[in-house]
Design a protein. Sequence first.
Length: 201
Amino acid sequence: MKILTIMGSPRKGGNSDLLLDAFLAGAGEGGAFREKIAVCDLKISPCTECLACETTGECVIGDDMGEVYRQLIEADRVVIASPIFFYGLPGQLKALIDRCQALWYRNREESDGTGERKRSGFALLVGATRGKNLFTGSLLTVRYFLDTLPARLEGSLVYREIEEKGAILSRPDALEEAMKAGRTFAGGGGPRTSTGTSTIL
């Protein structure tokens, strides 16, 4: 069983990256094969809405997204980890998500019509403010991104008031929650009940 994780922050070693590492450690204990993509290492152009993928299911832009498509197709489960920028996902990660329109067209053509989503997804998000709706838009974006695979967002861990680089390290409860969630996710999906800062959609 392969878990593909996508680290969406423009910087490495930040809070969402550290949270993802804890999640990955837990998933490793659960026996999963883990792959980590750092979007900041990739060259991914924005979608140009040329609509070539509408008929072919293939994107015509030649960049690092080709490898991302391959890994997304091969993964059994997918995890997104990201900070929140202006109540949304960073531009680098959003470019990757927008380019998955090609997968949506491909899966629409290959679908058996049942609409069944056998794969699972999970989200790890951190934000600096205390806003009530801080994660609402980003969780919806992740949810519909997973639809392109197709996969279902099984759960998420979200943390407010995490701003300075490394601030998540002062929250051992958060790192423990992430590790536990990774262990559970590797064993059969995300947590089924809301505990602590966990959010279930």
